[in-house]
Ligand binder design. Structure first.
Ligand SMILES: Nc1ncnc2c1ncn2[C@@H]1O[C@H](COP(=O)(O)OP(=O)(O)OP(=O)(O)O)[C@@H](O)[C@H]1O
Ligand SMILES: [Mg+2]
Ligand SMILES: [Mg+2]
Length: 282
């Protein structure tokens, strides 16, 4: 896969126009018909075909010819679209180095005149992707749509929790990308804590505060807690609200992950039932 930077610079206005049309219409079509792109873009047919082919060769589009000619955005295409939007909204001034790549996202350093050094997380998978697929009404959406939902969901959780617990401040959301504060720290599992009891208390207290705010993390663990001068909780696309039918199990799993890590790493033991009771109590 070519670098984001190189591809971004290689795109012309006319390419962005095509990409934007596909983004806008992907809610209505799994593959946006070439005929529709032709109509909306006003680009000559031969020229459009060239553009669609080139964008597909560069890995930005997923084109298909059956049962009609159509295109959808790949992860790369979606991410570049999101970058472009952030740049044109004057949120983002420079994309930096890749900080990490997980199965669910790619995280980059970035710089913004407005916010200083920050990070961009590009979502790769839709949260609850399997569950959504099972629902018939979502059956005909392209997966790229789900990455947008995932990013939106993360952005909204960060917004809701900021000021309640330590989370990165969310600066912007576009497409599959969330731009947020850079936390200068390491994941909990990489760190040897000096006072693990205090850290565990803070994490459980944060879990309680999240619960009061109506949010259950859904993937809380030593991988999604960053340690700097303070502790920060990250990675929210799979969070659930209290109207989720399974919230008690999801909450319990979060607590279990945390308790078993502190037991394994520091020999601290706490009873899961009393901790759970404490977290859901007034
Ligand atoms: N705001 C941030 N500040 C600093 N580093 C961050 C920030 N957000 C994410 N990271 C880094 O990027 C990694 C991946 O981010 P995150 O956990 O949100 O995504 P993920 O792809 O869902 O992860 P995973 O695939 O492990 O579930 C984090 O483990 C962390 O190292
Ligand atoms: Mg993570
Ligand atoms: Mg994750």
């Amino acid at each position: 896969m070519k670098d984001f930077h190189i591809l971004y610079k290689s795109l012309r206005k006319i390419d962005w126009r095509v990409i934007e049309i596909i983004f806008k219409k992907m809610w209505d079509y799994k593959y946006v018909p070439s005929d529709l792109i032709l109509k909306l873009s006003g680009i000559k047919e031969s020229e459009l075909n060239k553009i669609l082919r080139r964008l597909s060769d560069d890995g930005l589009l997923d084109n298909r010819s059956q049962p009609y000619f159509g295109s959808s955005l790949t992860f790369l295409g979606m991410s570049l679209y999101s970058l472009r939007k952030l740049v044109t909204r004057n949120k983002l001034d420079m994309l930096g180095k890749k900080m990490g790549e997980g199965k669910e996202s790619v995280v980059y350093n970035c710089y913004s005149e407005k916010y200083g050094e920050c990070v961009i997380k590009f979502h790769k998978l839709g949260a609850h992707f399997r569950k959504i697929r099972e629902k018939r009404d979502y059956g005909d959406l392209h997966l790229s749509v789900l990455t947008v939902r995932s990013a939106k969901k993360e952005y909204s959780a960060l917004k809701r929790l900021f000021g309640i617990i330590n989370v990165p401040e969310a600066f912007a959301w576009e497409g599959n990308a969330v731009m947020m504060e850079l936390i200068d720290g390491k994941e909990l599992f990489r760190v040897r804590l000096e006072n693990p009891e205090d850290a565990l208390d803070i994490i459980l207290e944060d879990t309680k505060k999240m619960f009061r705010a109506g949010i259950i993390h859904g993937d809380l663990s030593q991988y999604n807690i960053l340690v700097s001068d303070d502790l920060y909780i990250i990675d929210f696309p799979q969070h659930v609200d209290l109207d989720h039918e399974n919230w008690p199990d999801i909450l319990k799993k979060d607590i279990e992950n945390v308790l078993s890590y502190f037991k394994k790493a520091y020999g601290i033991e706490k009873d899961i039932n009393s901790v759970t009771k404490y977290i859901i109590s007034e």
